[in-house]
Ligand binder design. Structure first.
Ligand code: DPM
Length: 353
């Protein structure tokens, strides 16, 4: 029972491994980690869980709102066996994880769409009804590009900070008429009542992986991998693999104007993907589909069964391959139509701001 992991000896002499979860300190991160802890306890009532917060505050893969920084330091707590799993919003995880790490579970997706949160003085309005030149707060290039095109009478400005900070900036100042946030984050924070409008794909398509939680683990820790794998939600996994493969093939990071929309209907997976110039005036958008056969084909070796960072040994290999191929093929079509130029220009203009 020696080794890098933590064990406890219970009253009856039984020795149990303690599963340690790392979390960032933000309220959203804590809520997300707690919700996964609860699910694990339901499924494994004997599980000894510990949640480490703060001392692993560096476990953030991207600095949101900043340029997409990938700091090596971040996964160190996992690497050093200080924690065994970390809960993230899937949309904040890069499409390629560093060697040694994998996503061991992708949970059932919440509402993936973006939502409008109004300044209290605008209660009852929609984006269409706001006065001309109203300022909308968002730092997402993806949201700004789509909404500028769709609502040219409105203006868009950056808003920074975690969700609590943003809502406070909206309510307590007069800088913004409304802000745009993911419906899923608002729901998890218990702020669903602040949603005045959910944006459908005709107004604003969502970010790759938006609304899904992911559990990051050490790739070699097969026990933990197996333990969390039962939290995989097959439809969500397949949709998110297609979305992530699309983004990866485009060589987009977390802060590029790339948006997606996916659906799973009658064993067919549909993927719509788009790239935009910063003001939305240039746009390439296509939809493709693939049949999903949930056969029993299992991977030759567990290590081989990784799709855009996700390990899902309990889902059909054929289905995972088809989902990944869908994303790759759709990206190649957009690239053949000039997506690279649109994204390169957007990145350069954004960096110069
Ligand atoms: C990423 C983006 C944003 C987050 C870019 C995008 C939004 C940044 C902003 C990659 N990560 O969406 O185009 O609004 O300035 C983030 C949120 C959640 C996870 C908050 C949000 C919660 C929803 C979820 C920030 N990451 O998007 O409102 O779990 O999907």
């Amino acid at each position: 029972m020696e080794g890098p992991f933590k064990y406890i000896r219970e009253g009856n002499g039984k020795v149990t491994r303690v599963i340690r979860m790392g979390t960032r300190k933000s309220q959203l991160a804590r809520i997300q980690t707690d919700s996964v802890a609860e699910k694990l306890k339901e499924l494994y009532p004997d599980l000894q869980l510990e949640i480490a917060a703060g001392n692993v505050s560096s476990l953030l893969l991207f600095q949101i709102g900043e340029k997409s920084l990938f700091t090596k330091e971040l996964e160190n707590a996992l690497e050093r066996n200080e924690v065994d799993l970390v809960v993230h919003s899937l949309k904040d995880l890069p499409t390629s994880l560093p060697p040694g790490f994998t996503i061991g579970a992708v949970l059932q997706r919440e509402n993936p769409h973006d939502a409008v949160v109004l300044h209290p003085k605008n209660a009852g309005l929609t984006l269409d009804g706001l006065p001309e030149k109203s300022v909308i707060g968002t730092s997402s290039l993806r949201r700004a590009a789509q909404l500028k095109k769709r609502f040219p009478q409105l203006e868009f400005e950056n808003i920074r900070g975690n969700l609590n900070t943003r809502l406070r900036k909206l309510d307590e100042k007069d800088d913004y008429a409304a802000i745009i946030l993911a419906a899923a984050g608002l729901k998890r924070m218990g702020w669903e009542t602040r949603i005045s409008q959910v944006l459908g794909p005709e107004d604003c398509m969502y970010a790759v992986g938006q609304g899904a939680l992911a559990i990051e683990v050490r790739a070699r820790d097969r026990d933990i991998l197996e333990m969390v794998s039962i939290l995989h939600h097959p439809d969500t996994v397949l949709r998110c693999i297609a979305e992530r493969a699309f983004l990866k093939q485009l060589e987009g990071g977390c802060s590029v104007p790339v948006a997606v929309y996916t659906e799973m209907k009658n064993s067919v997976l549909y993927l719509t993907g788009a790239v935009y110039s910063l003001d939305g005036s240039d746009c390439l958008k296509e939809t493709m589909q693939t049949n999903i056969e949930l056969d029993n084909k299992v991977p030759e070796s567990a290590e081989e069964n990784v799709h855009v960072g996700i390990t899902a040994n309990n889902i059909s290999q054929t289905a995972l391959d088809a989902a990944e191929r869908l994303g790759v093929v759709l990206a190649k079509i957009l690239l053949s139509k000039g997506a690279k130029d649109i994204l390169t220009t957007a990145r350069q203009l954004n960096d110069a701001r």
